[in-house]
Design a binder for this molecule. Structure first.
Ligand SMILES: CC(C)(COP(=O)(O)OP(=O)(O)OC[C@H]1O[C@@H](n2cnc3c(N)ncnc32)[C@H](O)[C@@H]1OP(=O)(O)O)[C@@H](O)C(=O)NCCC(=O)NCCS
Length: 196
């Protein structure tokens, strides 16, 4: 057995990459999904994007896009080969879907999630339905996504039920985003903060 020490100022996660190489069979949506909508947001404002990213991802320690400066963030989310959509609930933007078409033949679900209040209420299924329709409309060789052990515990099984097949596992180690002010110190209490 091998144990690898993670320095106190770091977080570690096991990342699973999943893919599908053909459109999955259609699955009927739960009736509850009908109360939500999905809206494409072209050239999203950086503040709007960061706010949504935080509201969806803070409980799961999503930080990558929060460390990007304006120019680097705009370079990705305003790229014509990157498509941002939001899940709408009662007129509010409560979910993030980011599809990355930049690599020929592939589509990555780069970010996918809904705000904590909506988890388990049919919103994720609607957003996934929209994601897969749009992704496969581009006729890629494969559509892929990754999720890590810091994400919602239901995410991996949700992706598998959606038709993705796991094909790779990696260990990721990063600076803890709660120690440099990227995220609040009380984010994700299920991942205890270990101060250096
Ligand atoms: C992963 C995630 C997107 C799943 O979304 P979700 O909104 O919980 O998904 P849903 O509620 O639509 O679906 C979950 C299950 O509940 C079922 N369900 C939901 N509402 C239902 C209802 N009212 N009646 C019956 N079934 C219902 C769905 O059918 C689905 O089961 P199935 O896959 O067997 O069909 C969500 O947990 C999330 O956003 N997590 C936070 C961010 C994250 O971790 N993202 C993934 C990392 S990349």
């Amino acid at each position: 057995m091998t144990f690898i020490d993670v320095p106190p100022s770091k977080i570690a996660a096991v990342v699973t990459a999943l893919e599908m190489t053909a459109p999955p069979p259609a699955r009927p949506l739960p009736a509850a999904s009908a109360q939500f909508g999905v809206r494409r947001v072209e050239q999203p404002a950086l503040d709007w994007y960061r706010d949504l990213f935080r509201r969806v991802g803070t409980p799961w320690l999503w930080f990558s896009r929060l460390r990007a400066d304006d120019a680097s963030l705009a370079a990705v989310i305003h790229n014509p080969a990157v498509e941002i959509s939001t899940l709408t609930a009662g007129g509010r933007d409560e979910g993030l879907l980011e599809l990355d078409f930049r690599k020929p033949g592939e589509v990555e679900l780069a970010f996918f999630g809904v705000t904590p209040e909506l988890v388990g209420r049919g919103a994720g299924r609607l957003l996934m339905d929209a994601a897969l329709r749009r992704a496969w409309a581009a006729r890629p060789r494969r559509v892929w996504v990754h999720t890590c052990t810091l994400d919602h515990p239901a995410a991996l099984a949700f992706y598998q039920r959606s038709g993705f097949v796991p094909y790779r596992r990696q260990v990721e180690i990063d600076d803890d985003p709660r120690l440099d002010g990227t995220l609040p110190a009380d984010a994700a209490p299920h991942v205890p903060l270990i101060r250096p």
